[in-house]
Ligand binder design. Structure first.
Ligand SMILES: Cc1ncc(COP(=O)(O)O)c(C=O)c1O
Length: 406
């Protein structure tokens, strides 16, 4: 007999590094999710910017079923057809010539940072090893990626951490000028900071970063783990900055929830990842690659990408209308369907309250730090779900405001 599964079990059997919600979701379809009690939620979160095509997308379910019946795993001692097809698509559609597959954003970034160091080592010697990244950035949870990330809370208690890393204010080119040198091997940035509060890079800043990387022969690494795969209205956000990176990492929406990630690079740079320098047992697994190929086929169409721009406007309009009534946000910003609403000074530190009340009302939203409510719904969320979701969100806002007055 199978045991009755309850949320209470979490505290008995799981490591305490997460604090999941009280309910347990059991089923999803499109942008709707149901929990064990049958309560229905509208999903404006998409995991954390992952399920770009919603839940149980029929083409993805069919693709997974078909591949599951053919071949699950081989190891990288052999290559496989889905991985090669996916790599061909990614290189055809981007600046990149070469792909390394991984299983998570953190792993793709780990590969990117190792490659940047290795490329500099091969071409300029061991002294050129410094990585510059930006405060508030987030690049993953491995020791190297938390160290490159710009949020000290994630390295606390894990010393000694890898060295040769400097942090710089985002969107501040003078600060970068003061840090970059011929010892810099790479500058790493998110074209729009996600976890750090939904902060887009000024295009002019991104262009100056590119120019300074060129001047100092440093590589430019774009972490598009959160912003990639159509989320900002183009397949990758770099297309909108007027800047081409040397290395780009992508994960999250790439598998719509099936674990898969990729590091994309120019051939010249990727050559430094010679045989034996790096690897992953599961990276480029046929199941993951088959799903990701189907995701790219669906997302990279005018229908979906134009739809993101249209839905962006709906989100802006709905959030603005709610804000006109309740005055709870001091800024509404973002790109495509990666949106943030920064709470007003009176509500500083209370973004999470919106999330909690929204869940009570049957809506999933996210936060990005203590002051920003974040929205990262499916790229194909129906308009009716957006409307209904915002009716629920308005009730959550009203409750948050009422709480504050207590
Ligand atoms: C920009 C960015 N990079 C890297 C990561 C880490 O990805 P993963 O959790 O798949 O390792 C995240 C996750 O939130 C992210 O937003």
């Amino acid at each position: 007999m199978t045991e009755q599964v309850t949320r209470a079990m979490f505290d008995d059997v799981m490591a305490p590094n997460y604090a999941p919600a009280a309910m347990i979701p059991v089923r999803g379809e499109g942008s709707r999710v149901w929990d064990q009690e049958g309560k229905e939620y509208i999903d404006f979160a998409g995991g954390i910017a992952v399920t770009a095509l919603g839940h149980s997308h029929p083409t993805l379910v069919d693709t997974m079923r078909e591949q599951a019946g053919k071949l699950w795993h081989l190891s990288n001692v052999m290559t496989n057809e889905p991985a090669l097809r996916l790599a061909k698509k990614l290189t055809d559609k981007t600046f990149a010539d070469r792909v390394f597959f991984a299983n998570s954003g953190g792993e793709a970034n780990e590969a990117a940072f190792k490659l940047a160091r290795r490329y500099a080592f091969d071409h300029f010697g061991p002294e050129k090893n410094e990585i510059i990244s930006f405060y508030q950035s987030f690049h993953g949870r491995t020791l190297f990626t938390v160290s490159v990330g710009g949020q000290p809370k994630y390295t606390e208690g894990f010393a000694p951490v890898p060295g040769g890393i400097k942090h710089c204010d985002y969107n501040d080119i003078d600060a970068l000028k003061g840090l970059i040198s011929d010892k810099t091997c790479a500058v790493v940035m998110e074209p729009i900071q996600g976890e750090g509060g939904i902060i887009p890079a000024d295009p002019e800043f991104a262009q100056q970063v590119r120019a300074m990387c060129d001047e100092h022969k440093a590589l430019l690494v774009f972490d598009e783990v959160q912003s990639g795969v159509g989320r900002t209205g183009t397949l990758y956000a770099y297309e909108q900055t007027g800047v081409t990176p040397d290395i780009l990492t992508t994960a999250k929406a790439l598998g719509n929830g099936f674990p898969v990630a990729a590091m994309l690079a120019t051939a010249e740079v990727a050559n430094s990842l010679a045989v034996g320098t790096h690897g992953s047992t599961y990276g480029g697994n046929p199941m993951a690659a088959a799903v990701a190929e189907a995701v790219i086929d669906i997302v990279d169409t005018p229908e979906v990408l134009d739809g993101v721009k249209k839905r962006h406007q709906l989100f802006v309009d709905e959030l603005t209308a709610i804000n006109d009534k309740y005055h709870v946000f001091k800024d509404i910003r973002g790109m495509g369907l990666l949106m943030g609403a920064e709470v007003s000074d009176e509500l500083a530190g209370h973004a999470k309250d919106f999330l909690t009340h929204a869940a009570d009302e049957g809506l999933f939203v996210l936060v990005a730090g203590p002051n920003v409510v974040r929205f990262a719904p499916s790229l194909i969320i129906p308009e009716a779900d957006i409307k209904e979701g915002f009716q629920r969100f308005e009730r959550a806002v009203a409750k948050t405001v009422a709480d504050l007055k207590k």
